[in-house]
Ligand binder design. Sequence first.
Ligand SMILES: [Zn+2]
Length: 394
Amino acid sequence: MAGAGEREGVETDQVGADRTARGHGEPGCAPGSRDAGPDPLPPVGEVVARALAAAVPATAPFACATFVCGVRARRLGKLVPQERLDAWKGEVKRALGAALIEAWAGLGRRVDFARPELLVVWDADRGRVEVTARAIWVYGRYRKLDRDLPQTRARWRCPACAGQGCATCAGTGRRHPVALEDLLAGPCARALGAEPDAAVLHGMGREDIDVRCLGPGRPFVVEVPGPRRRDADWAAVAAEVAAGAAGRAELVGPLRIVGDAVVARLKGFEAPKVYQATCRAEAEADLDPARVAALAAALAGRELAQRTPRRVARRRSDLVRRRRVLALDVLAQGPREVVLRIEAESGTYIKELISGDDGRTTPSVSELLGVPTACVALDVLEVRASDAELLGPL
Ligand SMILES: [Zn+2]
């Protein structure tokens, strides 16, 4: 997530600020010396006039309060000593910035070197301007109510065509035509005048496709690159999400713009989670009520050893994780079914806590009940991370 001012090869900082010359000078062309031939660097006034003529229409679609100008001149840079190039680029940047402020009269835009909303780069080699709008990050919490809805688009390619598009997938290349990512990121991107398919959902963890997420919902950030607008009517966006999701998912609480640091917080925050799991015996025998009654005492507070489950072994490294069950209660039970409320540390594999995954997770509900048991329905009841913890002083 490089800021708009941090793109490779473009220096937007002030000229002469402790920048080491990189030795691009030609042999025999010592820094500061002048070739006899014509100056390869065009006059600043001419360059700025061309850059301005290109930049004014190119920036017109973008709202911004702050901007910064950059100059890219790799080819030209090889023809003159570094100091000379830096000085020339600095003059062009300053003059272009001043000219843009004048051209944008009344908009009150100002230069911000640290976190500019718009980066305007004059590519002197190609004679064209590149405009990049700094991404916007939108925070919210979702409930996922559908057991056939993937969180993100990427991992679910159509198995018949490997993502190329075929009759099976109606040309979409996707196994599931819609992901939660589409339902949340699409409306945010459209409201900000950005490309919906480029917007990315960063969830605070994920649930499997067949798992619901209820209660206070799962925190997420939608990253919207290239926005043409810097703000939106977030209540209207939430209404659009609700209409598009049609009950398969819903927002909890408002959407709001946050700093990019929140994504790292989401990824690093180890929130305990509360689950409701329906477990079913996979044998033609009833569960032993005494063993069911003993489950809570056997598992609450217990540390599990969980070797990477077989179902995710292809994409995760094979290791043994230690995770603790914080609390466990039996909510309901039938002859061959038991419904558990399980509170566990972040990263616990709940389906494997129940099945035992052929001994790869221990202890397990199967092991303790003495009967092979499968998790047939799983809901996340609570992700224990408040908005204040995640958004608090940045
Ligand atoms: Zn296909």
